[in-house]
Design a protein around this ligand. Structure first.
Ligand code: C5P
Length: 300
């Protein structure tokens, strides 16, 4: 049996540059892998694929990206051996934290290992991109990367990789990524920035520079931003309230991850992150998911 962690991500920066003829959006994003993680266990079996999960609200059918990853590997490499996979879900679902994408990437790695497939790294990345725009990021050994194209073309940031501390807050609502992108397209640009607390989109240049310099926390605070945030707030106004509470709790900057509804606050250190999390637990809604997280330097 093989046990692997499937970590979450946040988008420190997410800029939508335009809509493409294939319906996707051209992005410029800065991913950070964090240490909030699902856990997957893989056991080989003679044939067939079985997926179980400790969270009954998640489908374990063919629509689950883990099974899609498994079928893609089986079809690509004519693999007749099967596997039973168990998922322990810790990352909030459909929350902008990349949980499903990370599970898919981890399934590609875990199954290649137990089936002894010896897939070259570039081949695995190409398969990952077929499963979803965010999936290739979770195959990288580096914790920070700039994503362009759909988000699948990656440029990892070179060392040194600082450790950032955050509080991640997810309200109990789900947002559909295609719907948030469609809403983004429908809004006029003036309306887009009206509801944001910071300049929409943020800046990859300012943020990567700040990561290289210490990190320079005030540079990071200036650089964070997400073009999808105004649309996410329009559909889920509580995101705005969470951002304000995180600032009151001592976070130096906040932003929405992916298409939301998860919000993260950036903190100076572990103590500040724990203090902000405890403030959110006191002043926020009891059903919100609240976690102190930090940069995840190595996939375990
Ligand atoms: O690639 P993935 O399946 O994760 O994307 C989910 C949906 O998000 C797409 O169907 C599309 O509506 C939207 N999307 C987009 N542009 C991107 C990434 C995702 O429009 N770069």
């Amino acid at each position: 049996m093989l046990r692997l962690l499937a970590p979450a991500k946040v988008n420190l920066v997410l800029r939508v540059l335009g809509k493409r003829p294939d319906g996707y959006h051209e992005l410029e994003t800065l991913f950070e892998r964090i240490d909030l993680a699902d856990e997957l266990t893989f056991s080989p079996q003679p044939s067939g694929l079985t997926l179980t999960c400790d969270n009954s609200s998640l489908s374990c059918g063919e629509d689950n990206l883990i099974l899609k990853a498994a079928r893609l590997l089986q079809n690509t490499f004519h693999m007749h051996q099967g596997a039973s996979i168990h998922l322990m879900k810790r990352i909030p679902i459909a929350a902008g934290l990349g949980g499903g994408s990370s599970d898919a990437a981890t399934a590609l790695m875990g199954l290649s290992q137990i089936w002894n497939l010896r897939v070259p790294a570039e081949r695995l990345v190409a398969l990952a991109a077929q499963l979803g725009s965010d999936v290739p990021f979770f195959l990288l050994p580096q914790p920070f990367a700039i994503g362009t194209g759909r988000g699948e073309r990656l440029e990892p940031l070179p060392e040194p990789h600082p450790t950032l501390w955050h509080v991640v807050v997810t309200p109990k609502v789900t947002l559909s990524t295609p719907e948030v992108y469609a809403g983004f397209d429908a809004q006029k640009s003036a309306e887009r920035s009206r509801m944001g607390l910071t300049a929409a989109g943020g800046s990859i240049t300012i943020t990567t520079h700040a990561l290289r310099n210490g990190p320079d926390m005030s540079g990071l605070a200036k650089g964070l931003g997400n073009d999808l945030e105004p649309e996410a707030i329009r559909r889920c106004p509580v995101i705005h309230d969470i951002r304000i509470l995180l600032r009151k709790g001592g976070c130096i900057a906040t932003s929405t991850s992916g298409s939301g509804p998860s919000v993260f606050g950036l903190c100076h250190d572990a103590a500040a992150a724990h203090a902000a999390a405890s403030s959110i637990r006191t002043h926020g809604k009891p059903e919100w998911f609240v976690a102190v997280t930090k940069t995840n330097h190595a996939i375990i």
